[in-house]
Write a new protein. Structure first.
Lengths: 230, 322
């Protein structure tokens, strides 16, 4: 429910003094604090190895912080149950840098996966999956298995899979890294459109061309620390 | 530039192919866990072999149990009165008296007195032929056939014989033989059942290893399924479906081969039985026939192997994920 006071809505993601290290190694992230407001759009950027992917993994709850508090959709996640975790993940869409498409499923089946695991019947989502596939230019490739797709086609299939369930939060790791500039801009417009419809968007990217095209908040990671550029 | 909006609107549309231009041959619901892999085929082969062996054990146990039952029935249907000759006694009179007592007893369908010559012939296998046994006190036998309704009171018959012909007539109901036969048959059936259980346990262990291997091999599939919102139960069901399918295939092949083996062995046994040697073998060891119950137990083992496969894989996946 929308709050009457602007800015008083529960943040979609909230980090407070989060630190993260793998095993006994050095801290990959140190004292990271930020909020992602509902319906906001931001870029996450920084040099390679700065911790962008780790930050996305923390939001996805695939790793837990070494210290600090992480709240997703208003829920503090340190002692979260498996059922609640599944519920939170169903509200997120994610585009992996390495796509993570399932090689034994067709493009259509890969894109339909988030709806299928919700227990929906295939007939109930068929039209919307096909329409989205056509929109991202994969209408003729929906039969194809991922190993037969080009890098750009895999990228688009991964984006379509992240969008199909109309998530409240979209995380995209280098989503325009493998596509030509024209298609990159088109995909960016798609993310903006989705954002206008209410989805919070975090795009991790190195691509200044994409970042300069949109007037959006930038979260800059460097040496494990986060700087926000409004 | 309105794909998400369109998508949003269509989510509420009724099910069915809204777009007639949708490809009809589009593959839509393939198994989430890859099925036709080399590891899967190997597991199905292992389950088939184990089911086949378990089926053979169960069928063999069934043959023994059936034949032992028949033997016991036949032996229990007959009792024998032994009349021993004694000094100063007329053994023919004693035999006649014992026969009269036996015939007067209810539940005795038939009494057949073995003549002296017949009794002596029974000793031929041990003493050889051509001997003059007239001086030997060869006991005389009366074979009694019991009525089918088993109403004969053997205890009373034994008492009456002991009272009428003390120290001369005795009743042998073959209880010792029956007991030994029953013990041997039960032991064999027990071993058969034990082997079936062992084979099913081995199937479970093989499936555990295979599931763990499949989980490790499909780590990325599991991770992606988690990220797109599948819970552990959904993933466990996907693996269970895959392994149940493999178990069903292996179980069906193994049980089918076991049934085929018994059918072929039965036909060969029937062909061999036609000769005199075959009849002797059958008289000694019983008929080689599995029967409906045996075939049903082989099928049941196939079904149980499939179920074990499904359940064990589900438990293994749940443990792996937790």
């Amino acid at each position: 429910m929308k709050s009457l006071l602007p800015g008083a809505e529960r943040p979609v993601v909230q980090f407070e003094n989060v630190g993260m290290r793998y095993g006994l190694g050095p801290e990959v992230l140190s004292d990271v604090s930020f909020r992602i407001a509902p319906r906001s759009f931001q870029f996450l950027t920084g040099p390679s190895g700065a911790g962008k992917t780790t930050l996305l993994r923390l939001i996805l709850l695939s790793v837990r912080p070494t210290r600090g508090l992480v709240s997703i959709f208003g829920e503090e996640v340190s002692g979260i149950s498996a059922k609640a975790l599944t519920g939170l993940r169903r509200r997120m869409g994610v585009v992996f840098q390495d796509f993570r498409l399932l090689d034994h499923l067709t493009t259509y089946e890969n894109v339909a996966l988030p709806l299928r695991v919700q227990g929906r019947s295939e007939t109930s989502y068929r039209a919307e999956v096909v329409e989205l596939l056509r929109w991202v230019g994969l209408g003729e490739r929906m039969h194809a298995l991922p190993p037969l797709l080009s890098g750009g086609e895999k990228q688009r299939a991964a984006i379509a899979r992240a969008l199909i369930a109309r998530p409240d939060l979209l995380l995209a790791d280098e989503p325009t890294g493998n596509v030509d500039p024209g298609l990159g801009r088109r995909l960016l417009r798609l993310f903006l459109e989705l954002n206008k419809l209410g989805t919070s968007v975090i795009i991790a990217t190195h691509d200044f061309g994409i970042m300069d095209a949109v007037d959006a908040r930038r979260m800059v990671l460097g040496e494990g620390r986060l700087r926000i550029e409004e | 530039m309105s794909a998400p909006a369109t998508t949003r609107n269509q989510a509420e549309s009724p099910s069915g192919p809204a777009d007639p231009s949708l490809p009809t041959n589009l593959r839509r619901n393939a198994a989430l866990v890859p099925t036709d892999t080399a590891a899967g085929r190997s597991l199905a082969a292992v389950i088939a072999i184990l089911t086949f062996l378990a089926g053979l054990c169960a069928g063999a146990a069934e043959i023994v149990a059936t034949n032992a039952g028949q033997w016991q029935g036949d032996v229990a249907q007959e009792v024998t009165i032994q009349v021993r000759p004694g000094p100063g006694r007329d053994v023919d009179a004693d035999v006649a008296r014992a026969e009269t007592i036996a015939k007067s007893e209810p539940g005795i369908a038939e009494a057949r007195v073995f003549s002296k010559a017949e009794a002596e012939r029974l000793l031929e296998p041990w003493l050889g032929s051509g001997l003059d046994l007239s001086d030997l006190p060869v006991p005389r036998l009366i074979a009694l056939k019991l009525a089918d309704n088993r109403s004969a009171d053997l205890k009373r018959l034994r008492t009456r014989l002991t009272e009428a012909l003390p120290g001369v007539a005795s009743l042998d109901d073959h209880a010792l033989w029956l007991q030994r036969l029953s013990t041997a048959a039960n032991a064999f059936v027990g071993i058969g059942v034990g082997m079936v259980i062992l084979v099913l346990v081995a199937t479970g262990l093989a499936v555990t290893f295979a599931t763990r291997g499949a989980m490790a091999g499909n780590r990325e599939v599991v991770e992606v399924l988690h990220f797109v919102g599948a819970d552990d139960d959904y993933i466990a069901r996907a693996f269970q479906r895959r392994f149940f399918g493999l178990g069903l295939r292996g179980g069906a092949i193994g049980a089918g081969l076991a049934i085929l083996a018994f059918a072929v062995a039965g036909l060969l046994a029937r062909a061999a039985r036609s000769g005199p040697a075959g009849q002797e073998v059958e008289a000694l060891f019983g008929a080689f026939q599995v029967g409906l119950r045996g075939y049903a137990s082989v099928i049941l083992i196939g079904v149980i192997a499939s179920l074990v496969t499904g359940v064990v894989s589900r438990i293994t996946v749940r443990r792996f994920l937790s």
